[in-house]
Design a protein around this ligand. Structure first.
Ligand code: ZN
Length: 251
């Protein structure tokens, strides 16, 4: 999203579905910009992105920009599994809920500064074994659609940081196994799940392409692969859409 307005404003922000999105000045092109993610669960239709800003003298600017969310069809996978593999005992359920809450709380935070630069990288080579958005029905129960992409890769394959940022989480989670989450600033997060080994430390500043760990099969996983996820202002987006969008950007 871009807005051409007088430069050197005190602030400029967008608002979409109740979320505030800080916009930053692209000094080369003299406009304000931000990356906006539309969640996997968003309903197709016409939306509006509100934009407001204020100059240093206190004069305000208000605007709105139309945004159309188009329908995308995702495939559905139907599976039958022994209930012992699907149903969680109360203690595990409590653990899973706690972990989900912690992750969601993380994605609500927006670091205004931009830590990322240029194009995002695919963190490991490998074919897509499970695409983004795949809907899963297990034992006739609807499960959450797949929130990232699974890349098939051999155990031990280095996992690289998609872009520069801070390591904001290193943990061993029930579903995701050994996991790393990076904050790239401006509300963009990337995550790397099921690692066999983690080489990054929480709080550490990371450059694009740094090795974060190795591909594994920890957590709920049926074989070595990397689950790679991207969140933008809390929305789950297809990591490959971020790759395409930033493809031509200079470092
Ligand atoms: Zn996955």
């Amino acid at each position: 999203m871009r807005a051409a307005v007088p430069i050197n404003l005190k602030f400029m922000e967008g608002e979409f579905q109740g979320r505030k999105i800080p916009m930053i000045l692209n000094s080369r092109a003299r406009f304000y910009e931000a990356l906006l993610g539309v969640d996997l669960d968003a309903k197709p239709g016409k939306y509006q992105v509100k934009v407001r800003g204020q100059d240093k003298g206190g004069k305000g600017f208000l605007g709105a920009s139309p945004l159309e969310v188009k329908k995308v069809s995702f495939k559905t996978q139907t599976l039958s599994l022994p209930s012992s593999m699907v149903d969680l005992d109360p203690k595990t359920l409590e653990r899973v809920n706690g972990e989900t809450k912690r992750l969601e709380a993380l994605f609500q935070k927006t670091r205004k500064e931009k830590l990322w630069n240029g194009r995002f990288l695919q963190p490991a080579p490998g074919e897509i074994s499970t695409p983004f958005g795949l809907r899963r029905v297990i034992n006739r129960q609807n499960k959450n659609p797949h929130s990232g992409v699974d890349l098939r890769a051999e155990e031990g394959t280095p996992v690289l940081a998609s872009n520069a940022g801070f390591v904001v989480m290193v943990d061993d989670l029930f579903f995701s196994g050994k996991s790393v989450v990076l904050d790239h600033g401006q509300g963009i997060y990337s995550m790397y799940f099921h690692l066999s080994e983690i080489l990054a430390r929480e709080g550490e500043k990371i450059s694009k392409g740094d090795v974060l760990g190795q591909v594994g099969s920890t957590g709920r996983s049926t074989g070595p692969h990397l689950h790679w996820g991207i969140r933008i202002h809390g929305s789950k987006v297809d990591p490959f859409s971020l790759l395409r969008m930033t493809e031509t950007m200079q470092d």
